[in-house]
Write a protein that binds this ligand. Structure first.
Ligand SMILES: [Zn+2]
Length: 478
């Protein structure tokens, strides 16, 4: 009896201790300071299906069911609606504006209200609060998502104007593609889209930036080691950086994870912390082309970049916040089709290039059917085409032979290349994957997060909440 009493007292003591320590913990959690380091990852076109098929591919290709995408292991999860102010299916400009400013606008508009007033962005607020800032993307750096953080324009296509806006944005680290909007008209290393006489590369250098432009500068960019607080401007390709699967085969440009790593290296020299937006910008493009393998490899490349941030978080857990979001889903990607209860992802293992095939052999259908069928057998692993598959591809070839640019409804994004779209559909169908659109879809996007105040971003709510909460966390308002 006495012994039982003693046991009871010990048990009560343990319970009391556990209870008080959990209260103390909850109290502490409420008083957490603003994170010193903020990573805002945005997968363009990264819906739930894209995240899931990336993870399944990883598991099946390695024959290891325990493998996870880093982004799918983060402890906080939310779903965010993405509609814009004028349509239920957003584009990347309106979605980028919502993610950057916490406000809805019309499709096509960059960080302005539908009636043209500038909206303050979370990056601009972070600058005011003393954070160093970075913008990283695999697209042209003037493309809709990065543009939404550091410029304001009525039209996302005004990329020459967006490039000029970047000059006085105060952003310390730019890295992506698209020198064509910065290089002068007569640039010895490549073409330019500028209509004026300005050389923005020189202007960035004049502002104290270390400038890297064109593929030729990729190695110099990777070698660059900051000596204290330095600024970097890098636009390493004429337009977008290549799809990761094509980059892997031949091209000598950095991966998204290398760009992110360099950003961390440069920005962590600033003692007051940093805010960094990293976009996996071409998941969207591959999904517009209904290309499952291009999509999957860009999802995996995006996840590799998140791993770099996570490593940084592990070293600075009390000071770091990582958010992984998306602007919208692209392609209406369905995992499963018809009457079948399976996916055949092994059909995708030996595909060696995106269906745009840039970087591999850059082979387009040019009228020589035999040669093209040989090519897709080698590159896309499309041997033993069934009659139906062959007919599907030949129907697209007929269209190209007649010199007709494929109808947008039938062949979508790559209107000049119906054959490439037909090949993407054959590959998809072999894997039992289906696409409902060549555009974006209206489904909510998943968000995951870890670190200081990460729990604030959970719930099924709207994409505008992310920037608004972030602003509050760093002591401001949008
Ligand atoms: Zn898109």
């Amino acid at each position: 009896m006495k012994r039982n009493m003693r046991r009871l007292v010990v048990l009560m003591l343990i319970l009391t201790l556990a209870f008080t320590s959990s209260i103390a913990y909850a109290g502490e959690a409420k008083e957490v300071k603003a994170p010193k380091y903020i990573f805002y990852f945005i997968g363009d076109g990264l819906g739930l299906s894209q995240r899931q098929v990336g993870e399944l591919f990883l598991q099946e290709a390695s024959n290891d069911k325990s493998k996870k995408l880093m982004m799918n292991t983060l402890p906080v999860t939310g779903l965010k609606t993405t509609y814009s102010s004028n349509t239920l299916v957003t584009d990347s400009a309106a979605a980028g504006t919502a993610l950057a400013t916490g406000h809805k606008t019309d499709n096509g508009v960059i960080s302005k209200t539908p009636d043209g007033k500038d909206l303050k962005t979370i990056l601009e607020l972070a600058e005011e609060k003393g954070y160093a800032t970075g913008l990283v993307s695999t697209t042209r750096i003037t493309h809709a998502t990065p543009a939404s953080f550091a410029s304001h324009n009525v039209n996302r296509d005004n990329e020459n104007e967006i490039a000029v806006d970047f000059l006085d944005s105060g952003v310390e680290f730019f890295a992506g593609g698209g020198y064509r909007h910065f290089a002068p008209k007569a640039w010895e290393f490549g073409k330019s889209k500028r209509k004026d006489e300005r050389d923005l590369l020189k202007e960035f250098a004049g502002l104290g930036y270390n400038v890297f432009a064109g593929e030729k500068d990729s190695a110099n960019f990777l070698k660059f080691a900051p000596k204290g607080k330095e600024k970097v401007f890098a636009a390493l390709s004429y337009s977008h950086l290549p799809y990761d699967i094509d980059r892997l085969s031949t091209l000598d440009t950095p991966s998204l994870s290398q760009l992110t790593e360099k950003g961390i290296e440069v920005l962590s020299q600033y003692e007051d912390g940093f805010f960094m937006m990293v976009e996996g910008g071409r998941i969207d493009h591959a999904a517009h082309s209904n290309d499952p393998v291009g999509t999957i490899h860009d999802v995996l490349a995006f996840d590799d970049a998140i791993k770099k941030a996570y490593k940084f978080y592990e070293k600075n857990p009390a000071d770091t916040l990582i958010i992984v979001a998306a602007d919208h889903e692209t392609g209406g990607l369905g995992l499963g089709m018809g009457l079948d209860y399976f996916l055949n992802l092994e059909e995708l293992f030996d595909v060696k290039a995106s269906t745009e095939a840039i970087g591999y052999e850059d082979k387009k259908y040019d009228g020589n059917r035999e040669e093209y069928f040989k090519y897709i057998e080698k590159v896309y692993s499309l041997e033993n085409l069934t009659e139906k598959e062959r007919a599907e591809i030949e129907k697209a070839m007929d269209l190209e032979d007649k010199g007709i640019e494929g109808s947008k409804r039938e062949y979508g994004y790559l209107t000049k290349e119906p054959t490439a779209i037909a090949v993407a559909h054959v590959i998809s169908n072999r894997a039992n994957i289906y696409w409902t659109t060549f555009a974006h879809s209206g489904v909510p996007i998943p968000l995951t997060a870890v670190g200081v105040n990460a729990e604030d971003f959970s719930g099924y709510n709207d994409n505008t909440m992310i920037a608004k909460k972030l602003a509050k966390i760093i002591g401001g308002e949008l």
